[in-house]
Design a protein around this ligand. Structure first.
Ligand code: PAF
Length: 280
């Protein structure tokens, strides 16, 4: 696996491959890689000639400095895993060089960024869009891969690509789960054992919502799911809400044509976990 640090060096290298008609499959990450990330690599390997991973803990998408400081960093293990899985290129930029030639952009995500992570983490999606756009500029991928665990992020990136008119194919890959249902996440390694043992409650609440959808009123589903989660010691729900997956507007019982999805963000101690499930 080739490891490249400088953004210009990466784009020169990948441009040479493009000239040889090699397609590029890109999956951006913040490291602390797990099987969910590897499923993105495998999807990239299947669809393209060259798999490119980036690892960059992007400061502009953290509204909470403590969360940024505590974000897990496991670079050596990440490199070993990517090598073992046959990734072709790893991009490891630093913030100064990556942001050095940033061009201003003005995007409007409308309702997509209003609720959920948009409301709880002000500025988060602006930071995500800024960094993904920069990474896309340097990588110039033919295909890009994102995990559906970050459901709202997927919708934001799709909207960004449309607004900027970027010519690439976007792939959303299903959430991978531990055997007890907990969605795989880099943050899971921060859960101490009692909190980790309780963590499947989030998926249980989501599957409860799925099973009750259509038979209970939405506010009742949301209230019961919330109290299910908050029965676990040191668990606190930030939001547990149903939305229309296409607009990410909160759902009400009259919306018969919506594509319902339940979105959850939960504090397990000081570790914030997110998850989601389509209701149909
Ligand atoms: O999902 C993530 O890990 C990050 O938000 C991303 C897409 C790599 C941008 O920093």
């Amino acid at each position: 696996m080739l490891i490249i640090h400088h953004p210009d060096e990466l784009s020169d290298y990948l441009l040479r491959l493009k000239i040889q008609q090699k397609s590029i499959g890109f999956f951006p990450t913040m490291g602390a890689l797990h099987a969910g990330h590897i499923s993105l690599l495998h999807a990239a390997q299947k669809a393209t000639d060259t798999s490119v991973c980036s690892i960059f803990v992007n400061p502009t998408q953290f509204n909470n400095p403590d969360d940024l400081a505590k974000y897990p960093r496991t670079l050596e293990a990440d490199i070993a895993l990517l090598e073992k899985e046959g990734c072709d290129v790893l991009f490891l930029p630093n913030a100064e060089e990556l942001y050095a030639n940033e061009k201003p952009m003005s995007l409007d995500f409308g309702g997509l960024a209003t609720y959920f992570e948009g409301a709880s983490r002000p500025g988060h999606f602006d930071g995500v869009a800024r960094v993904v756009r920069l990474l896309f500029d340097y990588v110039n991928p033919d295909h890009a891969f994102f995990g559906l665990k970050d459901f709202q992020q997927c919708m934001i990136i799709r909207s960004m690509i449309e607004q900027l008119g970027l010519n690439l194919k976007l792939h959303f890959e299903p959430t991978l789960r531990e055997s007890d249902g907990l969605a795989m996440s880099s943050r899971n390694i921060r859960l101490e054992s009692a909190l980790r043992n309780s963590a499947p409650v989030i998926y249980k609440a989501l599957t409860f919502a799925q099973a009750s959808f259509g038979s209970l009123p939405i506010h009742e589903i949301e209230a019961q799911a919330k109290s299910m989660i908050e029965r676990e010691p040191n668990y606190k729900v930030d939001y547990f809400q149903l939305a229309d997956a296409r607009t990410l507007e909160p759902l009400n019982d009259e919306d018969k044509n919506a594509e319902p999805v339940a979105l959850a963000a939960v504090f397990a101690g000081d570790v914030r976990l997110i998850d989601n499930l389509l209701m149909k």
